[in-house]
Design a protein around this ligand. Sequence first.
Ligand code: ADP
Ligand code: MG
Length: 361
Amino acid sequence: MIRVENLSKKFGELTVLKNINLDINKGEVISIIGPSGTGKSTFLRCLNLLETPTGGKIFIDEIDILDKETNVPKIRQRMGMVFQSFNIFSHLTVLENLTIGPIKLLEIKKEDAEKKAMELLHMVGLAEKAESFTDQLSGGQKQRVAIARCLSMEPDIILFDEPTSALDPTMVSEVLAVIRRLAKEGMTMAIVTHEMDFARDVSNRVIYMSEGSIYEDGPPEQIFENPLREKTKAFINRIRSLNYYIGSVGFDLYAMNAEIQHFCEKHVIAKKTIRNVQLVIEELLVLHNSTTDEIDVDLTLSYSEKQDRLQIVFISSDEEGNLLEKTYEDEIGLAIIKNYTEDVEYERIKGKNKLSLFMKQ
Ligand code: ADP
Ligand code: MG
């Protein structure tokens, strides 16, 4: 359906996209992942000609869309785009947001456009909001309106550019649920996202972009479980683990717990388990603090999707020995840790104590 050949894009001297080659077939759901600044947004914007590529070709159903003869607005109508920042009209009602395009651009009759718009609003769960103005909606609702508006133009493909990254964490799932439904219904989509679990189960192909090129391209099992290339491996490992350094008694416990919570929520860890992880870490810190005046802890929390297990690695520079085998005046902390963890391993490395603990299921 879409064929991209040697696509490149420069902004002045800055090369942002280099020789991108990609085929998108009808019905495919492609997730595009990678560090920020690697050109993911620019790539989507080139696909629907919001940016003009500096080299290469883009074909849609064999039509060269960069050809001067091509009717660009017509082509662009076939590709919907959903942005991070909603991009809906605030001076129009929800319903009008969905009918203005079809009436003006597709020349559809008002009643027909409204009928179709209501169907779409039902689909995204917002039929009751048809007459509301968009500033009365939450971020998640706005984004669902944006998706419905996109669908009202009957696109052949929808390009999503981080559709959930401007949202409150509580609203991410309502938007992802709508995208999942579109995937199930066979909509062709390319989605730039940082939601790895979502990318993994919604897409049939994942593209890892690095420095303006497609660095690795494969099915989700490959990219997330067995990436073949170095940078993909490093990226996947990084997003799978949270690193936190604690260097003094006055460290910000709330900030650490918030990061832990965010990390766990990203991996859909149960609320109770999140609380337990925070408790175990706090108690480890108390034990560490009772054996030394100098707090120095390198904490890593990682999640293995394959085993569905959370691992805590706690590296501390206190005197040699397993923190969990020392004796303490108050044994409650120790009891809490033992209660919630299993498969504990102790190692002395580079003059530090390293404890690896798995959270119990
Ligand atoms: P990503 O979406 O992967 O985070 P972007 O496509 O937004 O990356 O940006 C890639 C690079 O292109 C960045 O270095 C960015 O600063 C640069 N860039 C993006 N848009 C423009 C622009 N309109 N003018 C100049 N540089 C740009
Ligand atoms: Mg971007």
